[in-house]
Design a protein around this ligand. Sequence first.
Ligand code: ADP
Length: 487
Amino acid sequence: MDLLSVTSEIYPLIKTGGLADVAGALPAALGAHHVAVKTLVPGYPQVMSQLRDTQVVIEYEDLFDGSARILAGRAAGLDLFVIDAPHLYNREGGPYGGASGDYADNWKRYAGLSFVAAELSRGKAQGYEPDVMQAHDWQSALAPAYVAYGGGRRKAKTVMTIHNLAFQGQFGRDIFWKLQLPPEAFSMSGVEYYGGVGFLKAGIQTADAVTTVSPTYAAEIRTREFGMGLDGLLNVRSDRLHGILNGIDTDAWDPGTDPFLHANYRLSTIKQREENKLALETRFGLNRDDGPLFGLVSRLTWQKGIDILSSCIDPLVNAGGRLVVLGSGDDTLESAMASAAWRHPGRVGFERSYDEPLSHLIQGGVDAILVPSRFEPCGLTQLFGLRYGAVPVVSRVGGLADTVIDANLAAVEAGVATGVQFSPVSQHALLGAINRTIALYRDERVWSRMRRNGMKFDVGWHASAAKYVKLFRELLGQATEDDDSDS
Ligand code: ADP
């Protein structure tokens, strides 16, 4: 089976969040199930500079106001199609914006990505015609619409994968006539959304199947509270909506071999983990003591509950905890973290940056990793935490609810707990979770059992990749009775 994956970021070439991790890990995960994945990405400078063995497969004189070439090639072990269109993607800033905010022409940049995806799906590049096209998030979400309204013979089935419903790609109606879609596409059953154009809405509406990245989030987004205005449509399409949990790349994230750690370790050599904690304490200028070291690696935004965490830092420190924070984002939240570090020298450290190596060291060194999100489609940092022996302390939402077993009395008694969950997402509940974590930490037997359970928990892709394959086969009418098993 051939799959065309369409994404606006992919690890290790370009990453702003979990989407890149997933897009980068899926090709190998699906490859193990005999699905050949090629990924279409924009030709950002970070992609162009790493691309090798290139071959031009399509040329456009005019792709959204400039000439473009579609290159087939390889980079970092990935099979890629890359849109070499300097007028759209050759920018100095990040993939979505620069110092002065989001690029004003993002609609055009990602309509271009979606348009090319549909052309590739239709066999426009000689010798390549995928069976399935998977569009990730709003940036690729017009692709299923371009396929649906493209007319003619159609082989590829389309899958819209939602990594975060909060980012929808909504634009004014004035862009519609530039999208090269037929007039009838501007309707409730097409790309129209509250009088404008909704990219993600269009993808959800027109794809053959819709997936999101955890079973709990798949249920949550059908409610008003989490549906971000799309719950009505998601309910209409509920028979085609599937929650498939993300995994992590267990090679890139392996404490036994991770080059970013000061000391590698496994369950059997867990004592060596202590060296990473020491390295973190030195780096952040923290006092050494016998209390637990908490960590946070996150975008600093409202979604991630950082304001709530901020209100819990003084009591966390007073209860004997210490905290290291790595992240950047909203100005006020960055200031709140900087202020906490200033108030608690030796107890709280903050690094305002995006730093992949440091994110690994934090997972490999802290005792507990905090994920107090208001909503969390899947979440990856709790999965890294489980694998690295950093006990996750998480809000009970989305993928966090699906991947962490709370250390309630019954779970501790049964010896199955892997972390701490709290609900609702409030200061009171988070404080309760922090205090519970500190108490659990002080019980060495219980704590080491929790950590061991977490490190043994299967956070890899195998089971979820099998679920994707099963879905693809169903869409292609290839399902057999044997497919009831997940592999
Ligand atoms: P989201 O995609 O909503 O930001 P996820 O938990 O799904 O959240 O994925 C976040 C990814 O980004 C993880 O790989 C995490 O380690 C990484 N990350 C977040 N902030 C930073 C940072 N400041 N430095 C390094 N990595 C970060």
